[in-house]
Ligand binder design. Structure first.
Ligand code: CDP
Length: 203
């Protein structure tokens, strides 16, 4: 079984994807962490995420990087991830690995899973929430990790990333016509999970 979970930053898609994978005892791939790895590789090499050939070089090295590296969660790495994700060649390099994981049966979360990576997924969800709520969640997450934040800056950076992800030419974040829309603005994770499970069991 392949489950695609797409949506903007801090919408709750990662948590939902993890819960679904645990429930069905299949793998979970947070595809955002692949783009974050590329971004971290570029930044650590002292290169520029806006430079396509630097991003491509880092994408080729992505398998040697650690997907659980705590530095991947830095906001500056997230912002740089949106930048390197604009380049079609970077997306192409990461595509094979994502499809390999999916082929074994998995839940993948990201921006283009239901539209590009796994258009034939058995179940597709598009998880979203208002910008205000998503920014609040990200701020709480950062504070939890002891990171000092400027709430206005986080909100503004999130709006910029939303725009980049939705307006880019290749694989933009869009609601697939066959995806279930899950708005978590007023929904906690348990309710979102139960709702998703009900939809899966109905199909
Ligand atoms: O954790 P958060 O939701 O903030 O972001 P993420 O899922 O870690 O993804 C970081 C960035 O990678 C996103 O802003 C996208 O630009 C990019 N990305 C993508 O283009 N396609 C994917 N399938 C996953 C992430």
């Amino acid at each position: 079984m392949i489950i695609a979970v797409d949506g903007p930053a801090a919408s709750g898609k990662g948590t939902l994807a993890r819960r679904l994978a645990a429930h069905f005892k299949i793998d979970h791939l947070d595809t955002g962490s692949l783009y974050r790895c590329v971004a971290l590789g570029v930044l650590r090499a002292g290169r520029d995420p806006n430079n396509e050939s630097d991003a491509i070089t880092a994408a080729h090295d992505v398998r040697s990087l650690d997907l659980s590296d705590p530095d991947l969660r830095d906001e500056k790495v997230g912002n740089a991830a949106s930048t390197v994700a604009q380049f079609p060649a970077v997306r192409q390099i990461l595509l094979d690995y994502q499809r390999q994981v999916a082929a074994a049966g998995a839940v993948l979360d990201g921006r283009d899973i239901g539209t590009v990576v796994c258009p034939d997924a058995d179940h597709k969800f598009y998880v979203t929430a208002s910008l205000e709520i998503r920014a609040e969640r990200r701020i709480a997450e950062l504070l939890d990790r002891g990171v000092a934040v400027s709430p206005d800056e986080i909100r503004e950076e999130m709006a910029v990333r939303d725009r980049l992800d939705r307006e880019r030419a290749t694989s933009p974040l869009i609601l697939a016509s066959d995806a279930h829309l899950l708005d978590t603005t007023n929904l906690d994770i348990d309710s979102a999970f139960s709702y998703a499970l009900t939809l899966i069991e109905q199909n």
